[in-house]
Ligand binder design. Sequence first.
Ligand SMILES: Cc1cc2nc3c(=O)[nH]c(=O)nc-3n(C[C@H](O)[C@H](O)[C@H](O)COP(=O)(O)OP(=O)(O)OC[C@H]3O[C@@H](n4cnc5c(N)ncnc54)[C@H](O)[C@@H]3O)c2cc1C
Length: 466
Amino acid sequence: MKHTRLGYWIEEAGEVAPGASLAGEREADALVVGGGYTGLWTAWYLRQLEPEARVVLLEAEEVCGHGPSGRNGGFCNAMWISLPSLRGRWGDEAALAIAVAAEQAVGRIAEFCEREEVDAWFRPAGYMQVSTAAAHDGAWLAALEACRELGMPEAMRPLTRAEVAERCASPVFREGAVCPSSATVQPARLALGLRDRLRAAGVEIFESSAVRSFREGADGVEARTEGGSVRAGRAVLAIGSAAKGRHGPLRGRLTVASSHMVLTEPVPELLEQVGWDGGECITDCRALLDYFRTTPDGRIAFGWGGGRIAMGARTKGRAEVDAAVIAATAAHLYDYFPGLRGKRITHAWGGPIDASPTHLPEIRSLRHGRAFAAAGYTGNGVGPTNMVGRSLAALALDRRDDSTNLAFIDGATPRVPPEPFHWIGGEAIRLGIQAKEEAEMAGKAPGKLASAAAKVPELIGFHIGR
Ligand SMILES: Cc1cc2nc3c(=O)[nH]c(=O)nc-3n(C[C@H](O)[C@H](O)[C@H](O)COP(=O)(O)OP(=O)(O)OC[C@H]3O[C@@H](n4cnc5c(N)ncnc54)[C@H](O)[C@@H]3O)c2cc1C
């Protein structure tokens, strides 16, 4: 098994020549810091809205998309499953506007891939949430009800146990629900396709160009890297988990967790056996969830969203390569598909997760309204980054439209405690949730301590789950 930080998708997408790094001084109309999906989509919409705008993008890694955007599970979801949480936080009208925008984002990604001829394996296959323990049956009911009550009954449908088995048969699957608007992508191909089309559209992209200092004033912004600087009218900081850094724009608003994935060798005969030919992306119902999907050559990609919490904004080390978590993840995969025993796991990797206390993304304006920071997707950014990138582009051009009215822009949200209390508390809660959910999966009553720890987030106004 190849266990690396960059993982399978980036390898599969093929070798890419790294771009030049920033050297000397530059001027731009808009600066984008961060070449993950949020930054790439922002740059894309900046050019769509103002084709003449001078846009510069700075990325710390050797190549854009080498962060979580090129390494994720490739579930391209709308946000219907989060509708109850959106409603609770912002009310019906605002919640519906976000959920509709998130569904449109999936459509826009499809359109982008088709029109720009980016072969990112976009497959509209639906997302299935499945219970794997009696305690989790009906976990989707609140979302189903919210969709019905807000006039979107088609956004999510319940599935009986037999209907689940028809789509994918596993001894641990029970009943579930499906969101038909979801899709899957090959994440690295999408990120690299965007990078490529942006360059063709005239966006100046500098790689290996980590921003070391950033200043925002009433007259504009300035970013400095080791080799140069960019002055611009406005900026977007799309730096994912790094936004939690000591001087990061979202330092009081994020937790850096991690997620890790394994990939099997091609097993087309097993997929046929279990009837998983529709390409659905699937998760269980836990807060620290298991997620699965297939690839065109018949592999299963399987991930766990419960990796360790990092102290501060440490996005390297065990946030990316964690042998213990990979061993546990791989072992768990066989419970779902016993027919995989004897088959090879060929790749493993992981990456940081920018978790927000609401589990929803957010955009924050900086002090002078000349820069905007966005993160907090909590492991669900593949679709929503397109929606957020559209909003960021409009904000950076000082435009006001439907994309700048969404409630996650400068909304009131809870803050996380300072370090080290945040890390100690976060790890205790994570381990509590893990113990509770493992007991539930084994059909046992969770221990009192684990149940108490798992309840803490809701008591302090944080939301764990979708
Ligand atoms: C293993 C794993 C599985 C996941 N699975 C899914 C999934 O199936 N579906 C889903 O919706 N989401 C999933 N996610 C989450 C998803 O990948 C993220 O929500 C999404 O990629 C966020 O994009 P982003 O552009 O905001 O951040 P990132 O992808 O983190 O991009 C930020 C970029 O900023 C750069 N940067 C940081 N600091 C600086 C600096 N100082 N200067 C310049 N550049 C900087 C980084 O190098 C990085 O490239 C998963 C994540 C992981 C790790």
